[in-house]
Write a protein of this length. Structure first.
Length: 290
């Protein structure tokens, strides 16, 4: 196992330029935002407490629900699928469960013109759990040449408990899981709490940009107060990050869990999880100085 340390870099900048609630005109809203991907001109928001995702037109703010299974309604904390990572690969949208409990070990696949499918990927989560010696908490995933990189988020009360785990891309279609590489990630701290990765995206030049939140939690299941958030970039020799700030320059306390960036990495969108079922998730336009 290798290790990588990400350090705060005051020359970097990450600022929320605007935000709006993801609320449909009929009254329903996006809950518990947990991942974000871009498909053409639209964004796809993943909810961790439902077998449904929501298409977003960022230009018009129009919302449209896509049910993945069942009724698509809100589920209890113990019964939810806990979908936490999403990406596009070979024309398909893939959505991954966190794996923190047995019912959270499914993938969802969305293909144009076809009904979504739910796939059991228990053996993969078993392999990850054995490699990191704890239940997995997959919060981000990115396809890379020759592998799929999974990002495990550690609890805020434990330093250096994040991991990057490379597995074969064939696991998407049911191939036997193997751990190709394992890297322990120390992403730094905010407010005395460890930053835990909540999403990641690959830029056109191959660099990986990640989101992280400092949340007062003892494990991968509980929620807690947020002490701040960061946007960082990973390289082979380490990482650098900037604290996420609001439009007025004050540190952001939003729990950001999804990120989409333009190819040059200068701006994009973030998705929030308010950790309150009565509140809608928000879509935030972010500007980066990296």
């Amino acid at each position: 196992m290798s290790s990588l340390v990400a350090r705060h870099d005051a020359t970097l900048g990450a600022r929320i330029a605007e935000s709006f609630e993801l609320r449909h005109r009929s009254g329903w809203y996006v809950r518990a935002g947990s991942a974000l991907v871009q498909v053409g001109d639209r964004l796809l928001a993943v909810q961790d407490d439902s077998l449904a995702v929501v298409w977003i037109d960022p230009a018009t703010r129009a919302l449209d629900t896509l049910v993945l299974g069942g009724t698509g309604g809100a589920l209890s904390k113990t019964g939810k699928p806990d979908f936490e990572a999403a990406f596009v690969h070979a024309g398909s949208v893939w959505i991954l469960g966190s794996g923190t409990t047995p019912n959270r070990r499914r993938f969802a696949r969305i293909d144009p013109g076809q009904a979504p499918t739910l796939l059991d990927r228990g053996p993969l989560y078993d392999a990850v759990a054995e490699a990191i010696a704890m239940p997995p908490n997959i919060e981000g995933a990115v396809p890379l040449p020759g592998c799929l990189r999974l990002f495990h988020r550690g609890p805020g009360r434990k330093r250096g408990a994040n991991f990057a785990i490379d597995v074969p891309l064939a696991v998407l279609t049911g191939g036997a899981p193997r751990i190709l590489s394992l890297t322990a990630l120390d992403l730094g701290t905010l407010g005395g709490l460890s930053l835990g990765v909540t999403d990641a995206v690959v830029l056109a030049d191959g660099r990986i940009v990640y989101l992280a939140v400092a949340e007062d939690t003892p494990d991968g299941i509980a929620d807690g107060p947020v002490a701040g958030a960061a946007v960082g970039i990973l390289a082979e020799d380490g990482g650098r990050w900037a604290q996420l700030v609001e439009r007025d320059g004050k540190p952001s306390m939003r729990k950001v869990e999804g990120i989409v960036l333009n190819p040059d990495g200068t701006d994009g969108w973030l998705l929030t999880d308010p950790d309150d079922a009565s509140l809608p998730a928000e879509l935030c336009r972010v500007e980066l100085d990296f």
